[in-house]
Write a protein that binds this ligand. Structure first.
Ligand SMILES: *[C@@H]1O[C@H](CO)[C@@H](O)[C@H](O)[C@H]1NC(C)=O
Ligand SMILES: *[C@@H]1O[C@H](CO)[C@@H](O)[C@H](O)[C@H]1NC(C)=O
Ligand SMILES: *[C@@H]1O[C@H](CO)[C@@H](O)[C@H](O)[C@H]1NC(C)=O
Length: 496
């Protein structure tokens, strides 16, 4: 099987190039089997799959507003008004989840579907019924629900007051989270609070490429980070105080991280760049000392003062919030897709849109010797996942890690051999890391089925299942990768 797939890939990339020769695939190390209690799942998010954007009393999120107002900013001019209609067709989703044989399904709750204005004093019972149905059916079929509370669907009515740039969002989020625990916490035991703080804050409040489209790099993104961390930390404390005793659930903050390699093989450069890439989200929560990484605090303050400002652009968390946030996760939820190379900025312009503030003082570049997905930012670098897991092991006291996203995009089609290679190599990276003492307990790749990929519309497909978008019932059909992942899920062994 392995050599056949490799042959197909070599065919895809021209006979003279083999991924293996380029050193992009990963070498198995140690025990070839996953631990018995390792879990396999799959992920999605509400806005990307549900459709029914204004059905049954649902309120608007910033993403609906953005796609309606600026179709020219979506690659194919599309929106998620209908998408793959999971609101109407959840039973079709359930069928493929069962077919895939997963242990868990990560999905998100659309805040404005159950609280149309964001405020919990107005609730939409039909939205609540929908999520109750989803949760009950998953459990009845032996699939654990992993629920993301916020996958970027800020209610428009709350964005009017600034969303994550206004600290009032902390109590609004806390109210929302409390209702979620009351409504669903009897059955949901794994919660993820705010998806990908880095993407949310950089794209929404830094470079402005995503809603709420605020362009304030090095200011708005930092303000957003502090409010995200406070909302997350406060939610964790509230759960432990009011719900934990009865519900016994666990909570994590899902962080998206590119692993970074120094072109000069300089470990100090990697340490510093990782503090900006990952530490801004993770250090306040997972480190022993809490707060932002000392290098980040120091550099941003230095730059801010040099700009003539009175104080750092990165707001201080202060003693109270530092202690609320420190330790406010039961595991580290990790979204990993790719790795990047770094070199010192030295007067160059940083061309990578994901890394566009000068405070980090590095330029990044892609691993262009490795295969690229349909997404311009996504290269095939599984070694980055193994190295990132070891970084987490050493930096954050071997906290438990759940991989909550990892995936490969293409232009569509069912013979998706590269997707199989991608997942196989990344699962091998996890296995290597486990064999090296890393505390990884689950893998939940992106994504169950092709869906609306934000500003890329429907042009980039990440799914194990294809969706017939022209058919009234939007049939989901398995790709080759679904057949492959299904085998892994049944055998719990990479080498079947
Ligand atoms: C990078 O440095 C490490 C030691 O810090 C060394 O073991 C390794 O061989 C070096 N790699 C390269 C590609 O030079
Ligand atoms: C893995 O993580 C769990 C939960 O944080 C912890 O109890 C356990 O000690 C960790 N295992 C190792 C080998 O560090
Ligand atoms: C999609 O559905 C339409 C309408 O039912 C059907 O004509 C078409 O053959 C389907 N396409 C695929 C690829 O199955």
């Amino acid at each position: 099987m392995w050599s056949l797939l490799l042959f197909v890939i070599i065919g895809l990339f021209g006979s003279e190039i083999s991924v293996d020769a380029l050193n992009c695939t990963i070498r198995p190390k140690g025990n070839p089997k996953f631990p018995k209690n390792f879990k396999f799942g799959v992920a999605s998010s509400a806005f990307q799959i549900e459709g029914a954007w204004n059905a049954d009393g649902k309120g608007l999120s910033v993403w609906e507003e953005f796609t309606h107002k600026y179709p020219d900013l979506i690659k194919d001019g599309s929106n998620a008004d209908d998408s793959v209609e999971s609101y109407r067709l959840f039973d079709s989703d359930l069928k493929i989840l069962k077919d895939l044989g997963v242990d868990h399904y990560r999905f998100s709750i659309a805040w404005p579907r159950i609280f149309p204005t964001g405020s919990v004093h107005l609730r939409n019972q039909k939205g609540i019924d929908y999520y109750n149905d989803v949760i009950d059916k998953l459990l009845a079929n032996g699939i654990e629900p992993i629920v993301t509370m916020f996958h970027w669907e800020m209610p428009v009515e709350l964005q009017k007051f600034g969303g994550f740039s206004n600290s009032l969002i902390i109590e609004q989020f806390l109210d929302y989270a409390e209702e979620l625990f009351k409504l669903f916490g009897d059955r949901v035991k794994t919660w993820l609070t705010i998806n990908e703080p880095k993407e949310l804050c950089k794209a929404g409040y830094g470079n402005g490429r995503s809603p709420p489209s605020i362009v304030a790099p090095g200011v708005g993104d930092y303000l957003c980070f502090t409010n995200v961390l406070k909302a997350h930390g406060a939610t964790y404390r509230m759960y432990r105080e009011k719900f934990y005793e009865k519900q016994r659930g666990r909570i994590g903050l899902p962080c998206n991280v590119n692993y970074l390699y120094s072109k000069a093989n300089n470990t100090d450069e990697v340490a510093k760049a990782m503090d900006f890439e990952f530490g801004l989200m993770a250090h306040p929560v997972y480190s022993k000392t809490g707060d932002f990484p000392p290098t980040v605090l120091k550099d941003v303050e230095k730059n801010s003062l040099a700009e003539g400002r009175k104080r750092s652009r990165l707001p201080r968390l202060g003693k109270y919030w530092t202690s609320v946030i420190k330790g406010s996760s039961d595991f580290l939820a990790l979204n990993y897709y790719t790795a990047l190379q770094i070199e010192p900025l030295a007067g160059q312009v940083n061309a990578d849109p994901l890394f566009d503030d000068k405070d980090s003082s590095f330029v990044t570049s892609m691993f262009e010797n490795c295969p690229r997905a349909a997404s311009v930012w996504l290269y095939f670098v599984p070694q980055g996942l193994e190295d990132l897991l070891k970084y987490i092991r050493d930096k954050f006291d071997n906290i438990e890690v759940k991989i909550t996203e990892n995936g490969w995009s293409d232009a569509g089609g069912r013979d998706d051999y590269m997707r199989i290679e991608y997942h196989k190599n990344h699962m091998q990276a996890i296995l290597n890391a486990i064999n090296d003492g890393c505390n990884v307990t689950s893998y939940g790749p992106w994504s169950l089925m092709d869906s609306f990929e934000f500003t890329m519309g429907y042009t980039e497909k990440f799914g194990f299942y294809a969706v017939n978008m022209t058919s009234p019932n939007k049939e989901r059909t398995p790709k080759k990768s679904a057949e492959y992942y299904k085998k892994i899920n049944y055998e719990k062994d990479l080498y079947v």
